[in-house]
Write a protein that binds this ligand. Structure first.
Ligand SMILES: CC(C)(COP(=O)(O)OP(=O)(O)OC[C@H]1O[C@@H](n2cnc3c(N)ncnc32)[C@H](O)[C@@H]1OP(=O)(O)O)[C@@H](O)C(=O)NCCC(=O)NCCS
Length: 271
């Protein structure tokens, strides 16, 4: 399900020097600080934002001002300039979205990390988010349902599909992949990859969770689903899995802790 929302101008602490404030909007933004502006999102809904990460130097500087000192320090440690800039823009959008939700300034959003490094809001907030980035796109999910996982990946040509699938996918997933004609395998591979990543990100353990202990669907006609966890189909059916409509050349996935959720996808106006 897709819901396009007309973006309005960000009401932030200051606008980027280029005055191109419109390019920094995502969905609808409301003034910070007023409790009446908190999002009243229905339980059962997952909001998803697709964020283009490549921005002008002026916009990046504006985004950087919204980060915490720890995030700015982390950015300094990223040697590749474009990767560092994309991190800044992704984090800044995340902070703006969470700030709107909590009714505070982006700089003041209390992002914490659990033992496995998953960023999260304090448990009392009732909100859960997850972020993924691949090349020039990020995907951000926000919900009150419980812990979620999102993943976006660029479909990279020339990828060694079969050996990597043999290494990371479960035996039923590899078997499914190999039933497909060669020209369909690349997309099916990334479909499977993003679904698996979204699941381990929902759990929050990252790669500490064995990737071959659960099976996801990947064939073109099969709805997104976790077919089983540790061989138990009922355990898989307790989760929700969705393919997120993504920019051309990208695949996105969302995993929710309940089987049914309403997805609302917010687009940047440039898409
Ligand atoms: C860290 C990991 C959770 C996701 O990494 P990734 O897919 O490379 O990168 P993504 O962009 O999708 O996700 C990274 C974001 O997830 C969030 N994240 C970090 N640790 C997390 C965790 N334990 N659980 C959930 N989310 C986490 C962060 O917001 C991070 O972004 P940031 O570093 O800019 O803050 C982990 O799964 C990993 O290292 N994966 C490697 C890829 C791989 O081998 N996949 C095999 C798939 S079959």
């Amino acid at each position: 399900m897709r819901d396009r929302v007309e973006p309005t101008t960000v009401s932030g602490p200051e606008h980027p020097p280029s005055a191109k404030s419109h390019v920094l909007t995502v969905g609808h933004f409301l003034p910070y600080g007023d409790p009446a502006t908190k999002i009243d999102s229905g339980i059962g809904e997952v909001r998803l934002w697709r964020v283009p990460l490549d921005r002008s130097e002026a916009e990046i500087a504006w985004c950087r001002a919204l980060l915490s000192s720890e995030e700015r320090a982390r950015c300094e440690r990223i040697r590749h300039k474009q990767s560092a800039q994309r991190f800044v823009v992704g984090r800044s959008f995340l902070r703006q979205i969470l700030a709107e939700t909590l009714g505070c300034r982006p700089q003041d959003v209390p992002i914490e990390y659990d033992g496995a490094g998953k960023p999260q809001l304090p448990s009392g907030s009732g909100w859960h988010f997850n972020l993924s980035h691949s090349e020039e796109w990020a995907l951000i999910g926000l919900t009150q349902l419980g812990p979620i996982g999102v993943d976006i990946e660029k479909v990279r040509d020339g990828f060694a599909v079969e050996p990597i699938a043999q290494r990371f996918f479960s035996p039923p997933e590899v078997a499914d992949l190999l039933t497909l004609p060669a020209e369909q395998r690349l997309l099916a591979f990334f479909r499977c990859w993003t679904r698996k990543e979204a699941f381990i990100k929902a759990i929050g353990l990252g790669l500490a969770y064995p990737l071959d202990e659960f099976d996801v669907t990947l064939l073109p006609g099969d709805p997104p689903a976790i077919r089983s966890v540790k061989g138990d189909p009922a355990a898989g059916a307790g989760w929700g899995m969705y393919e997120v409509p993504s920019p051309p050349g990208f695949v996105g996935a969302l995993v929710t802790p309940t089987p049914h959720a309403r997805l609302v996808v917010f687009d940047h106006e440039d898409i």
